[in-house]
Design a binder for this molecule. Structure first.
Ligand code: DX5
Ligand code: ZN
Length: 239
């Protein structure tokens, strides 16, 4: 039973609408990438994981593949740069048409300059944090970043298990943003499924990346809908 006023309820409903799902094509079948991209056309973003074999152990794909993906879909692309030198590589992803470009704070030499570069290209700028990195690394960045990506696994592979310490970290990031009167979108990545979606949404995440959570399911539209519903349910149960 709602005990809130009508306007509080409206606000709550507006907040529920703001959950986005970004399937990671790292878990897609590369032999039929076109079909795989088409199968996630109800998603809010396509999550595009760039791995350089240095910042993380594996190699994935780069900006030529991003250019091809842009031709396959109108869904905006969320590029996650897991690379040692984002200062040098960000330009090619902007040029290839990325809509969000997220780089790791652990790898960036001049983070503010990268953010400015992303904004100059009319894209959204994201800053990612590994599970072992302190939120205070974000202190001077929450004011200018559009997205804060809280990694909920150590980056590098799809299909890992969600780290339970992540919920407290998401809450701490949200609190840090509040202190700065900043309102970046909190994104999460790693081990997100119908069980963990509610937890991260309740903690403050609004953009949920899911690789295996979407691609292991034959009906991708259903998987996306279920993740969104699970996150919304978590939010509606918020104290
Ligand atoms: C890995 C990537 C993730 C990965 C998520 O570090 O950044 O985006 O694809 O895969 P799942 O959802 O399977 O953990
Ligand atoms: Zn990712």
């Amino acid at each position: 039973m709602w005990s809130s006023t009508e306007s509080e309820q409206e606000n709550r409903e507006a907040m529920l609408d703001h959950i986005g799902i970004a399937p990671s094509i790292l878990s897609a079948d590369m032999a039929k990438l076109g079909e795989e991209i088409d199968s996630i056309k109800t998603a809010d973003y396509v999550h595009f994981d760039v791995m350089d074999g240095e910042f993380v152990p594996q190699l994935s794909f780069g900006h030529p593949v991003l250019k091809a993906v842009k031709k396959m879909t109108d869904v905006p692309i969320d590029v996650h740069l897991m690379v040692e030198n984002p200062d040098e590589t960000v330009a090619s992803y902007l040029e290839a048409g990325a809509n969000i470009v997220t780089f790791h704070v652990e790898a960036a030499t001049h983070a503010h300059r990268i953010i400015q570069q992303i904004h100059t290209a009319q894209a959204l700028a994201g800053v990612a944090l590994n599970p072992g990195t302190s939120i205070y690394e974000l202190d001077s960045l929450v004011d200018c970043a559009d997205v804060i990506l809280v990694m909920t696994v150590d980056p590098g592979f799809g299909g890992q298990s969600y780290l339970p310490s992540s919920a407290d970290k998401i809450k701490a990031v949200r609190e840090l943003c509040r202190k700065h009167h900043a309102n970046p979108t909190i994104e999460v990545d790693g081990g997100i499924n119908n069980d963990t979606a509610a937890t991260v949404a309740r903690a403050g995440a609004r953009l949920l990346v899911a690789g295996s959570g979407v691609f292991k399911c034959p009906d991708r539209a259903k998987a996306i809908r279920q993740l969104k519903d699970a996150a919304r349910l978590g939010l509606s149960e918020q104290a």
